[in-house]
Design a protein around this ligand. Structure first.
Ligand SMILES: C=C(O[C@@H]1C=C(C(=O)O)C=C[C@H]1O)C(=O)O
Length: 438
């Protein structure tokens, strides 16, 4: 049994294949009635999500007041195994083909939209989900819209503010911080011995509140305190990720690669000096280069005119600073954003180099199933456009016991890494979710 049961709301998961909400015959494709209308400014997007929905029916992809929020479940599929991306996409294509859509706005993210979250590993117990909400509100470039799916009303529900979790207690996950420090030491040995060049090791911790954790509270905290991250929620996985695996927008493909991290100190002057040292640190530049090369190699078969900057910039977040590179290209083969996300996953930013061997080391040293952490999370529309982040700085609310959430953080390990510093870095990466739970 995995530490966190993550059953489909539809009953037991099938190893491969589809299951669809509100359908008597599991493999049939429902004909969704989709209506998108222009909306006068709806205000704070995350604040629109109504109370009282189960955590897995709250959806968000919001950064700097732009993006999408959704709630309810008009249709959903759960897939698993090696074919989880392909099976989800096949279901999506059939849903799109059958849908009855009137879209008065016609922008990326209008009309039929599915929110998805995919496990890091092929063999994970937690599989993947693609969910179409009953209502979606979006905002982009000064335009706002409402999409309803299989609903006769277009009234936004009344909103009751989210309440902070109380009585939150923390316990270790698979490994204690000290045990995980030992695992980092083992990984450094493997690198010195030439088995791998880089591996990303993660750890988890469990937080338990005295009542159900409201994902709306976490989203509100993350979207105000960490404005440069995407505040996401899909199927109970909630977080604020700074890393964009891929955005596909009318033929333009972009990816924001992060790798190489330094903790912030709270003093702006000191942080500026640290940022300069990060940009010159050979350990971090090497770690970053592995991640950029893995993204470039995955996008190249789908793109022409690729732009891969020679040197990274430093992304300043409230808790950490990262080396960052924005890679872009022109889409040549019409691949959907989900196909692109599948071919980019797992990048060296969350797995390592070489990929296969790094994945074996992760299995051996982490002692846990990452579930949906470090997997693609985001949305896709009927044209295939969409945005997929890497599910970092996040937690999985336990669907069977929503008082519990499992948080994760990981660190890229290279030859020059130091186990004690990596533990401190993992704590800094846990900070956004720990703070949001307070
Ligand atoms: C694995 C995580 O972050 C990744 C690892 C980084 C690093 O080791 O420098 C930086 C950004 C992310 O690509 C995480 O936040 O859990």
């Amino acid at each position: 049994m995995p530490a966190f049961s993550h059953p489909s709301p539809l009953g037991p998961k099938r190893a491969l294949g589809w299951s669809i909400v509100n359908e008597a015959r599991p493999a049939a494709t429902p004909r969704l009635r989709v209506r998108t209308y222009e909306l006068t400014d709806p205000g704070d997007l995350v604040g629109l999500i109504p109370a009282g929905r189960p955590a897995e029916d709250v959806m968000s992809w919001v950064r700097r007041e732009e993006g999408l929020v959704g709630w309810g479940r008009a249709a959903a599929v759960s897939t698993s195994g090696d074919a989880r991306f392909a099976d989800a996409e096949e279901w999506w294509d059939a849903l799109v083909a059958a849908a009855d859509v009137v879209d008065e706005v016609e922008r990326p993210g209008t009309g039929l939209v599915g929110f998805g979250s995919f496990s890091f590993r092929n063999s994970s117990d937690e599989g993947a989900a693609l969910v179409v909400p009953e209502m979606i509100v979006g905002r982009r470039d000064g335009h706002a819209w409402l999409t309803t799916i299989n609903r006769t009303t277009d009234q936004l529900p009344e909103v009751k503010p989210a309440e902070a979790p109380t009585g939150v207690e923390r316990t270790d996950g698979a490994l204690s911080p000290a045990q995980w420090r030992g695992a980092v030491g083992d990984a450094i040995e493997y690198i010195r011995a030439g088995r791998i060049d880089k591996v990303v090791l993660a750890r988890d911790e469990i937080h338990t509140a005295d009542a159900d954790i409201d994902p709306r509270w976490l989203l509100a905290r993350l979207s105000t305190a960490y404005r440069d991250t995407w505040a996401f929620a899909v199927d109970g996985l909630v977080g604020g990720t700074p890393e964009l695996l891929v955005r596909s927008d009318k033929g333009l493909v972009t990816s924001r690669v992060l790798a190489g991290t330094i903790r912030r100190t709270g003093s702006d002057d000191h942080d500026l000096a640290l940022a300069a040292s990060l940009a010159r640190s050979s350990k971090d530049l090497v770690e970053h280069e592995f991640a950029v090369r893995s993204v470039e190699a995955a996008l190249r078969p789908h793109c022409s005119s690729m732009n891969v900057p020679d040197a990274p910039f430093v992304l300043h977040l409230p808790n950490v600073m990262h080396l960052a590179t924005d890679v872009s290209g022109a889409l040549t083969d019409g691949a959907s954003s989900l196909t692109l996300a599948a071919s980019l996953h797992p990048s060296a930013a969350v797995c390592g180099t070489p990929t296969r061997e790094a994945a074996l080391v992760i299995d051996e040293l982490e002692h846990m199933d990452r579930g949906r952490y470090a997997g693609p999370v985001g949305w896709i529309d009927a044209r295939g456009d969409g945005e997929w982040g890497i599910a970092l700085r996040s937690g999985q609310i336990d669907i069977e016991n929503p008082c519990r959430i499992r948080l994760f953080a990981g660190c890229g390990i290279v030859e020059g890494s130091d186990p004690v510093s990596e533990v401190a870095e993992s704590v800094a990466k846990l900070a956004p979710m720990r703070e949001a739970l307070r």
